[in-house]
Design a protein around this ligand. Structure first.
Ligand SMILES: [Zn+2]
Length: 562
């Protein structure tokens, strides 16, 4: 293929796959170079797909960009999926495959086998339809704005006000956002119904009883099961919730309240005004660079390079999709970071997180085939959350001392509250997809029960029941990427281990971290973890000790009595 080949349409791509499909493969060596050629074509197509997605999320009101993205999703990728299935079959059936290095190709082979096992031509169209519904969710939630202080604000922008020390202002901001979300309550409920029905059909097409088990299989979760996730929910509820309750008690006491309301959770309990470490994207990069450089200078250098190459789109503005992500333009193997940053510490945290992902992609960019350059999320998020956790030890490189302390306390609390929230989101989805025919009110009851399991009990929601009942509407993963969430809990435990190691031996931990990341996705999860000096623990059996260490660090920083 030529240097400048850009696969914009299926017509551009088809001849290449035709040649690949028709090729005669006489030796293990032939088969191996065949796989690598195929991987290169897939990467280039992936690059175009990523660029179009990136453009559509940077401006959700840009109809051209959305059309371009959807056209690729609806017209090109389904064809790629169909030919991909035939090529997988050709590969698996090849008589010369035993000549290849089975150990090297282990992860690739089990992925190929699983893909063939689950592939159903009738699901290709449903997948594309699912993507269309996801885009609808993104459009709906991305276009939500409120009028506040005489101007139109995105809901992300409003989150800054939740850190205000003025309680009335916080309440006003919280209620505005909450009421705006409730305006679209039935729209989002109905959209979710469509998704659930569509997904149940996909599961049944692939001979699964329910979408949960189908999705676990389709996500290639070879190293843990749905049952492990249920055990993890239990362990989080057992070890994390009591400590979170203790953390909330401190907040109640310092704020001088008898009970917390939902708008009291982000404000600094010691009454410090919100800290704004930057105002422009340039400053956001500079501050993040300083902190990252304390852990590993190379990560800071990478970030600077990305900034110069315009591979960062960080600021928040109307019509930008919410959330943040790192993606890779597969053709050139360059990472790109998208986020919606408010000018608070959270904006720095997000950039540090995504810089960890970018580090991962750069360390593994030479691996072949292309799948090996992409680690499974259960480990990919260790790269990002682990980077956050290590950076937590160095915030004073860029922040005043008292701000560094406050942010570290927040991060420690955040580790535990995110475990609880991740399990809430995951446990809810287990329930939803095991019982797909529930009515809206039954689904609400199920949400409330799940919420209760992972609640510290310190927040009073009276009079706000409707807002609590639809709290999940704001969690885009539930709509857009079902069952993509528990990975964060698994990875959070990896990140906590990394942090624990880092506090004992920073130099060695960074070396191990880089070694683990350099493996990309070329090995099973337990091996990726152990290469990074960590233990893969999907059931959360080691959670008790990790939570204890977090609690001790928190106690020391806050000066609370143990
Ligand atoms: Zn991430």
């Amino acid at each position: 293929m030529s240097e400048n080949w850009v696969p914009n349409t299926w017509k551009d791509i088809q001849p290449l796959y035709k040649e690949i499909e028709a090729r005669t493969l006489n030796t293990g060596g032939d088969l191996e170079s065949w796989l690598l050629d195929l991987s290169e074509v897939d990467s280039i197509i992936g690059g175009v797909s990523s660029r179009r997605y990136f453009a559509s999320t940077c401006d959700t009101s840009d109809e051209e960009a959305e059309k371009d993205h959807l056209e690729y999703q609806m017209k090109v990728l389904p064809e790629v999926a169909k030919v991909g299935d035939r090529l997988n079959k050709k590969y698996l059936a090849s008589p010369v495959r035993p000549e290849m290095d089975a150990e090297y190709w282990l992860v690739h082979d089990r992925d190929a086998e699983r893909a063939v096992e689950l592939f159903r031509e009738e699901n290709v169209e449903l997948d594309a339809k699912d993507e269309e519904l996801s885009v609808e969710y993104g459009r709906t939630s991305g276009s939500m704005t409120v009028e506040f202080g005489g101007k139109t604000c995105t809901l992300q922008e409003m989150s800054t006000h939740l850190e205000s020390t003025d309680r009335d202002l916080r309440e006003q901001a919280w209620r505005l956002v909450s009421n705006r979300r409730l305006e679209d309550r039935s729209k989002l409920d109905e959209l979710y119904d469509k998704m659930i029905a569509l997904r149940a059909r996909m599961a049944s097409n692939a001979d699964f009883k329910n979408y949960r088990d189908f999705k676990h299989a389709a996500k290639h979760r070879f190293d843990y099961s749905a049952q492990d996730c249920l055990a993890l929910h239990e362990n989080v509820s057992r070890y994390v919730m009591p400590v979170l309750a203790r953390m909330q008690q401190r907040r109640i006491r310092l704020l001088g309240l008898s009970v917390l309301r939902p708008w009291d959770l982000a404000v600094d309990p010691e009454g410090l005004p919100p800290f704004q470490p930057f105002t422009t994207q340039d400053e956001q990069v500079i501050v993040s660079e300083k902190i990252l450089g304390e852990v590993d200078q190379q990560v800071a250098t990478d970030l600077r390079w990305m900034h110069q190459r315009k591979l960062l789109d960080l600021d928040t503005r109307p019509s930008k999709r919410p959330g943040g992500y790192m993606d890779v333009f597969g053709d050139v193997r360059w990472p790109v970071i998208f986020s919606n940053s408010s000018p608070t510490h959270a904006g720095i945290e997000t950039l540090i997180h995504e810089a960890g992902h970018a580090r991962h992609s750069l360390l593994s960019r030479e691996l072949e085939p292309g799948d090996y350059r992409e680690a499974p999320l259960e480990f990919a998020e260790v790269a990002s959350m682990g980077m956050e956790a290590m950076c937590m030890e160095h915030l004073d490189a860029a922040y005043p001392q008292k701000e560094a302390r406050r942010a570290a306390i927040n991060s420690l609390e955040g580790m535990l509250s995110s475990l609880a929230w991740t399990c809430t989101v995951d446990a809810f989805q287990h329930e939803v997809y095991l019982n797909p025919s529930r009515s809206h009110s039954e689904r609400t009851v199920c949400w409330e029960e799940t919420w209760e399991r992972f609640s510290s009990g310190a927040v009073d929601w009276s009079g706000l029941e409707e807002a609590r009942a639809t709290r999940w509407h704001a969690q885009h993963h539930i709509f857009e990427v079902p069952f993509y969430y528990i990975e964060y809990a698994l990875a959070q435990m990896g990140a906590m281990q990394l942090w624990s190691n880092y506090r004992k031996d920073a130099g060695q931990t960074v070396l191990d971290y880089n070694k683990g990341l350099a493996l990309g996705g070329s090995r099973p999860l337990p091996e990726l973890y152990s290469e990074a000096g960590l233990h893969f623990d999907p059931r959360g059996e080691g959670l008790g000790a990790l939570v204890q260490e977090v609690e001790e660090a928190w106690t020391r920083l806050t000066g609370e009595e143990a």
